[in-house]
Design a protein. Sequence first.
Lengths: 253, 145
Amino acid sequence: MAPRSRRQGQRRRAARAFDGQIHRRLVDGEPTAPSALADTYLPLLIDHLRKKFRRVAEHEVMEAAADAILNYAEHPERFDPARLDLEGYLTMSAQGDLLNALARHRRHREGPVECPACGEGQLAKLPGVCPACGIAIPRGSDATKRRDIAFEDVAEGELARNTWREPNPAEAVEQSEKAGRAADLRDKVLETFTDPRDRQIVRLILDGERRTAAYSAILGVQSLEIREQRQIVKQHKDRLTQRLRRLGAKLRE
Amino acid sequence: MSEASDRSRYLRIAAERAAQRPFFIARDLAEFRTLHGFSDNDLAAWLGCAPDRLPDLALCRRPVPHGPRFRQDVQKVSQYIGIRPERLAQLLREIDAVDAFRRSDVASYAAHSHGMLLAARDRVEDEASGAAESRSREDEGSPES
């Protein structure tokens, strides 16, 4: 028996010879070439793709492999044997369809997400806009945790424990001056809002208040359904945030 | 499942997909089967081969009935599959004729439905070409020519 590496070499040479031959026959328009190609390559390709895409349904793997073979048989000129071997080319060709199938499968498995704001709308994925209440819902905290790397995970021991230090006296003075300037600016900004209700809302926005109830109380809509409250609050916050942005731009000028 | 049955299953799926593409004989086989109400066994018997050879036949490139290589290609395919060449030629010609009939039917329907519009367009074009002709006659009669 020939040694393993020698046998592999022989097989590779035989495969290369077959590739070259079948490619020439397809280019020449030989009518039996597509059938011979499918006969040789379809089982190989399906086996290879089934191992690679275990989560994709078998019929999808078979269809993608069949389409790759049929596409190549119809358009052999698209394959450049100098760049890739035939098996690699066919695998690549089928892979696009299978990746799409995989994405479909993943979406199907995850299913729609219930809107955390109104609890009525269903979002296909996060982040997204709820079709019922129109609120933009950010990526869920679990997904964010999966995506982001926690500081503690990457920080070195000492650094992770030592993230806050007392300011020295000079820094303390500077910080207090900064805070004073910010307070002045805030007063000036608030003065530009003549409507007392708007001014109260802006104060909450600047304080970083996020609870709907706080805004609902100012707007006098707390007796409405939570969904309606959220909509009304959002409208007012959007309008005032827009005004604040414009004001900020003017102040920078 | 055995390797042979896997292989025939894969080829059958590929043949089904190929039936959507006029490039392959698969489409002609499917049309012929529907036209004559044949089962796979009927079709295989009519062609003179075993039913498990049908996917291999379906995956061959379709010889073009009016093409210069038709006879030669039919011979090659028939020899490769082991069927009667005259039957394959008959099948391909019949489906080609049905296709041509369908095309002409669609074309005549389209022509009929646009008849009024085409007539109106002819008249406008006639008038326009008549005016152009008289202009060119005037040009020919001009002293420069």
